[in-house]
Design a protein around this ligand. Structure first.
Ligand code: CAA
Length: 257
């Protein structure tokens, strides 16, 4: 596949999608959005890949949706073209997606990181929802995912008052899993993703499915999803392998079946 706005590579079992519009601070135009999701879906289908990283560059993860592309859009165009619906494609990715964020993650950039399963932040990472400063509000899930993740009052402050979070604050409020030095931040994220990719693939899928259910359902329904997923794993060879390996005091050899 040839892409014009992203770069892709694989390192072992880790697939990397790099946003590559540095001249626009990696702002998401429609072409880049389509390419990012195409690349995510391709890695999701590839059995050799166990985890996926989305990253930008040291200065900018992504500075949001492309303001120049949407500045002239009318209400009718936004509705008819359903311009933000495309962002939903990330919810269908079954493998863990890790955002490796350095520099700005603003607007849609912050929302993209929020849509990932885990976030590795470099010391220079800055997260914010500045849409209010250009007369709109977040449109790709920011109000909903931020409120669930960092709580109502901080989400309000970020969305209404353009409060930006440093990497330290992002970690403190549960938005970032780890903070790593700017230099080599992607290598650090790959090491992290490598560990994720080394786990039993079916169990990882079920784990992602079950944790996500916590954000979408009642406790009772979520517990039912977890129970169903847990029981289903007893139909896999990897469950037998994992438990046998524990008893035999050796490392398991996962088959992904
Ligand atoms: N859209 C389009 N172009 C953008 C952009 C964006 N979101 N963010 C930056 N750029 C462009 C700039 O226009 C500039 O291009 P030119 O050189 O052609 O003028 C180039 O990237 C470099 O940007 P700056 O000169 O502004 O760089 P800086 O270092 O001074 O500032 C920044 C960096 C703080 C990220 C600043 O660019 C900025 O505030 N960007 C906009 C952030 C924003 O408001 N994002 C929300 C977008 S709306 C959204 O995301 C909706 C949604 O929920 C889906």
């Amino acid at each position: 596949m040839t892409y014009t706005t992203i770069l892709t590579e694989t390192r072992g079992r880790v697939g990397i999608v790099q946003l590559n519009r540095p001249q626009a601070m990696n702002a998401f135009n429609l072409v880049m959005l389509g390419e990012v999701f195409d690349a995510l879906e391709a890695f999701d289908k590839d059995e050799a890949i166990g985890a996926i990283i989305v990253t930008g560059n040291e200065k900018a993860f992504a500075a949001g949706a492309d303001i120049k592309e949407m500045a002239e859009a009318s209400y009718v165009q936004m509705v008819v073209e359903e311009r933000v619906a495309v962002w939903d494609r990330i919810r269908k990715i079954r493998k863990p997606v890790i955002a490796a964020v350095s520099g700005w993650a603003l607007g849609g950039g912050c929302e993209f990181a929020l849509s990932c399963d885990m976030v590795i932040a470099s010391e220079s990472a800055k997260f914010g929802q500045p849409e209010i400063t250009i007369g709109v509000i977040p449109g790709a899930g920011g109000t909903q995912r931020l409120a669930r993740l960092v709580g109502k009052h901080l989400a309000m402050e970020m969305v209404i008052n353009n409060r930006t979070l440093t990497a330290q604050e992002a970690q403190q409020f549960g938005l970032a899993n780890r903070i790593v030095p700017v230099e080599g931040y992607l290598d650090a994220a790959v090491t992290f993703a490598d560990e994720v990719a080394s786990r039993a693939p079916m169990a990882v899928r079920m784990a992602k499915d079950a944790v996500n259910a916590a954000f979408e359902t009642t406790l009772t329904e979520g517990l039912n999803v977890e129970k169903r997923d847990f029981y289903q794993l007893f139909a896999t060879e990897d469950q037998k392998e994992g438990m046998t390996a524990f008893i035999e005091k050796r490392k398991p050899n996962w088959k992904g079946k």
